[in-house]
Write a protein that binds this ligand. Structure first.
Ligand code: EPZ
Length: 432
């Protein structure tokens, strides 16, 4: 398994670019299943999860052409299989996003029930309840979700989510676009990725209003057509790079980002003593101010509040702040796996239930550490960049799932990081 070798303690400086949003590209790549016409997506990040999503589409019978690495031309004209198998779903739970489009267009779908993952049990009960609200018959058989629309078509309805769910909202949005009549989603997720998906669906001929707010209204249409769409920048990658600049005491220009999408993160980092300047609509300049970092409390919540996907990276930053920060994780029940690895690097962190107390400022020292999930791996890479000496991060396949060319990007701004591949060959520049 690949590892990263990081020699830390160097302030990062220069320009670093943000790729397209993984969590928007995943649902946007499922949306072409709703039509037989071609959908063209630009700014698709070249990360493992999107390669898996592409494979799922091809296994279902769609064609996916990539005239350029980050442009996908998807045509789902000859869908013969209506099943997302366990082999794929177990590697990427977002495969569940095929359920809504297949059910809506073909009246049937079979998707393996995603198991739990490192950060929590993550059930999809709310997705299934919503499909039943739209008239589907849903059963679980041998670990698979079997869903059928009795008259071959879903019926519009009011879907009231008892809990905010991002992919749940996206699945219902895609299903309702082809349902008969009107659907209203209440307590919908408001993440920017939802509005991006809705923008694509409306370009395909859907009638969606209110995406990005807690109440979304969808007038179902008979059929959808082709479209061309550019995926929004990845706000979590943006936040990760902002922390990289601050935690190393460097000065970074984070380009091709959308500052609007991570207001809560920017505010919280400014509160902690980080200077973040908007150079223009798509560029942020980050540096630590003279007085250094100070402890700040944070609690994760659905958008527009502080995102759970930035919790681990912010914890790493708080290990370098004066004072004690309290970090509360309210979305996932097991999302502190990175804390024990940060402690291995010399951080002082006490965990109790869903709260972590980070006692700063700690002098971090390089050590071998283990990645457990996507954002945890980002957190320990950031800490490794701030630590003195060498840090070896194992199981970096987690970070490859959601960060495009992270070694190359960090090296362009002065990080001393290399990927050690299985063949024991050290490759500085090239990324797989
Ligand atoms: C999306 O996951 C993101 N993934 C996650 O990003 C992100 O952490 C999460 O939203 C929260 O922002 C993608 O978009 C592909 P949820 P999702 O449904 O949709 C519970 C990353 O690092 N719940 O909003 O799966 C659930 O267990 C990933 O890029 C139910 O109980 O998350 C959780 O506690 C990690 N039943 C909460 O709701 C359901 O049917 C929010 O989950 C659905 C969810």
């Amino acid at each position: 398994m690949d590892k990263f070798l990081i020699r830390g303690g160097k302030p990062l400086s220069g320009k670093i670019s943000v790729s397209g949003a993984k969590n928007s590209a995943l649902p946007c790549l499922a949306a072409p299943l709703l039509t037989s016409e071609t959908v063209i997506l630009h700014n698709v990040p070249y990360v493992k999860d999107l390669i898996t999503q592409r494979r799922l589409l091809e296994d279902l019978g769609a064609t996916v052409l990539t005239p350029e690495l980050r442009t996908h031309k998807v045509t789902a004209a000859n869908i013969e299989i209506f099943e997302a198998p366990y082999e794929l779903v177990k590697t990427m739970r977002a495969s569940v996003l095929a359920l809504g489009p297949l059910l809506a267009r073909f009246g049937k779908a079979k998707v393996s029930l995603p198991g739990g993952c490192a950060i929590g049990t993550r059930p999809i009960d709310l997705h299934l309840k919503a499909f039943e609200k739209l008239g589907a018959q849903v059963s679980i058989e041998s670990g698979d979700v079997i869903a059928r629309a009795p008259n071959g078509r879903l019926i519009g309805a009011v879907v009231d989510f008892e809990k905010v769910t991002v992919t749940g909202t996206e699945n219902v949005l895609m299903a309702a676009a082809l349902a008969k009549g009107k659907t209203t989603i209440r307590n919908a997720a408001c993440e920017p990725e939802i509005a991006d998906l809705a923008e694509l669906l409306n370009k395909m001929g859907a009638r969606i209003r209110g995406a990005g707010t807690p109440t979304i209204e969808i007038e179902g249409v008979e059929q959808l057509g082709g479209a061309e769409h550019t995926i929004i920048p990845d706000r979590i990658e943006t936040g990760t790079f902002l922390v990289a600049g601050a935690i190393t005491g460097g000065e970074l220009e984070v380009k091709d980002c959308e500052p609007q999408h991570l207001r809560a993160v920017i505010e919280k980092m400014r509160e902690a003593g980080v200077e973040i300047e908007e150079l223009n609509q798509s560029t942020l300049l980050v540096r630590r101010n003279q007085t250094g970092l100070k402890a700040s409390d944070v609690s994760t919540e659905p958008h527009p509040h502080f995102p759970t996907d930035m919790q681990a990276q912010f914890m790493a930053l708080m290990t370098q702040a004066e004072g004690t920060s309290t970090i509360t994780e309210t979305i996932f029940e097991n999302r502190f796996m990175h804390a024990s690895e940060l402690i291995r690097l010399g951080a002082k962190i006490d965990i109790s239930g869903n709260t972590a107390k980070v006692h700063g400022k700690s002098a971090l020292m390089g050590a071998p550490v283990l990645a457990s999930d996507l954002r945890a791996s980002a957190s320990i890479v950031l800490a490794g960049l701030a630590a003195s000496g060498e840090t070896v991060v194992d199981r970096v396949y987690h970070i490859d799932r959601g960060y495009e060319n992270i070694v190359r990007k960090l090296r362009t701004v002065g990080a001393d990081i290399v990927r050690i591949t299985d063949q024991l060959t050290m490759s500085a520049g090239e990324e797989v």
